[in-house]
Design a binder for this molecule. Structure first.
Ligand SMILES: *Cc1c(COP(=O)(O)O)cnc(C)c1O
Length: 475
């Protein structure tokens, strides 16, 4: 397929922009050469994007059980409301009194999410989950430093953690201490107790964790960290399993991030925009990035937290993602939010129960919103790997589950169906999984060769990772 730069012809164009209605200002450093932009007619442009659309698989195309990523269906009404001119035709530097509605969106969303998570204050500046982790860790750092407690340099991370957790801790200037999980997939509490000390700045944990299990020792875990003088960070990317049912604040967490683009209904997977909202307990609120929205008199204004760590993004974060989250929260309401979580858990358990008949579960117990299978035995018996099964799923119109993660499970496939899939879809997917299992025994070569129906066949992932081609070199 040709790139957009290889299409069109000089001088061909479409008029997308309305005539300028403000005085033109001469640029201070005018460009010396014309910008090399594609020149296409509207027709060519439409066909280009339409062709690209057909080459990807999204939630609108079919089942997408990508574990830990919560690829739920996002109601289209959210998009429509977020696109209202009152939300989109505003400028971030407009005077506060002219954007009171937008400020109220922040204030309302903050209040609802604080209620759901058991936090006291929130910032919507971070643009992604990992960005939220980084921000939350800077809060922890600022808190210790402000108290003169400068020896706390270590962040404890369980071995089941999402890769972004240790990466964010290092980015924030901490050293990472790994603690192992027990055979039940939960944190090894004895190992944790042995790992804490006067150098512990905090712990990062997601609960339910990345193997889909709610850590039953959570209160003891957060107590151990607090007694050692550390703070507890909750990676809220898995909140879809528990929203409206239990609150990280009640589990003992001091600071959290939420992936509004996973749990609270913004399409994701294409690189954004997202929102990694960071919530914290009142004692950490003075360190939040500024500005934050505060209610004052009958209206709202921006305020700078007293000991703010500073900005982590320009302006106020990805605003329309917050609008979509608010629409979602208000649509589902107090009953709908926990019901969505319960259905997410039910769907995962339903699929696990059906697949267990052939596939080995890494942790054979009730799961939360996702479950992890280990294809180690299947690979030994048939030579068919988790990768082969994933590619076979593509030929059946299903996006593969998360592969080879978490690292503690060999030949892992991590399945998260989400609450928005019907029983029919789950049944169809289970039948495909079971059929592929049979095929692994009868015709393993066919699975090594998969996919055969996709726009590209199997890619050389090692080559892509080692020698990524990131620049367009020219036609
Ligand atoms: C997705 C995810 C993240 C990171 O979120 P991004 O928005 O992709 O940066 C962190 N932790 C867990 C458990 C996740 O699933």
């Amino acid at each position: 397929m040709q790139l957009i730069f290889e299409k069109g012809a000089p001088g061909r164009h479409l008029s997308l922009l309305p005539p300028c209605d403000v005085p033109e200002v001469a640029p201070q450093r005018p460009r010396t050469e014309p910008l090399e932009l594609p020149e296409l007619s509207e027709n060519e442009l439409t066909r280009h994007y339409s062709a690209l659309c057909k080459r990807v698989h999204g939630v609108n195309d079919g089942f997408y059980p990508l574990g830990s990523c919560t690829m739920k269906y996002n109601p289209k009404i959210n998009e429509e409301l977020a696109a209202l001119p009152g939300f989109t035709q505003v400028h971030p530097l407009q005077p506060e009194e002219t954007v009171q509605g937008c400020l109220e969106v922040y204030a309302q969303t903050e209040a609802l999410l604080n209620e759901i998570t058991g936090m006291d204050a929130m910032t919507f500046q971070p643009a992604a989950g990992a960005h939220g982790e980084f921000t939350g860790l800077l809060l922890i750092k600022a808190y210790h430093r402000h108290r003169g407690d400068t020896e706390r340099t270590k962040i404890i991370v369980p071995d089941s953690a999402h890769g972004t957790n240790p990466a964010s801790a290092v980015m924030a200037g901490f050293t990472v201490v790994n603690v192992p999980s027990g055979p039940d997939g939960c944190v090894d509490v004895e190992a944790l107790a042995a790992a804490v000390g006067p150098d512990t700045a905090g712990l990062m944990l997601t609960n339910p964790n990345t193997v889909g299990i709610f850590d039953k020792n959570i209160l003891e875990i957060t107590r151990i960290i607090h007694e050692a003088g550390g703070l507890c960070y909750y990676d809220g990317a898995n909140l879809n399993a528990v929203m409206g049912l239990v609150r990280p604040g009640d589990m003992g967490f001091d600071v959290i991030h939420l992936n509004l683009h996973k749990t609270f209904s913004t399409p994701h997977g294409g690189g954004g925009p997202g929102s990694g909202a960071v919530g914290c307990k009142a004692f950490l609120a003075p360190y939040l990035p500024g500005p934050v929205v505060r209610r004052e008199g009958g209206g709202f204004r921006f305020a700078a937290p007293e000991h703010s760590i500073g900005r982590v993004k320009d302006f106020y974060g990805n605003f329309t993602v917050v609008v979509k989250a608010l629409v979602y929260l208000l649509t589902l309401g107090k009953e709908g939010i926990p019901e969505a979580a319960e259905n997410a858990v039910l769907n995962a358990n339903y699929m696990m129960a059906r697949l267990r008949e052939k596939y080995a579960m890494a942790y054979d117990q009730l799961c939360m919103h996702e479950f992890v299978m280990s294809l180690e035995n299947l690979k030994e018996e048939t030579g068919v790997s988790a990768m082969d099964i994933a590619k076979g799923l593509l030929d059946n119109g299903i996006h593969p589950p998360t592969m080879y993660f978490p690292l503690i499970v060999h030949e892992a496939l991590m399945v998260e169906p989400t609450e928005t899939e019907s029983k029919e879809t789950l049944d169809e997917a289970c039948e495909v999984f079971l059929r592929l299992w049979e095929q692994a025994h009868t015709d393993p070569q066919a699975l090594h060769d998969a996919p055969v129906t996709t726009p590209v066949r199997r890619l050389d992932e090692v080559e892509a990772a080692r020698h990524p081609v990131l620049r367009y070199a020219g036609a």
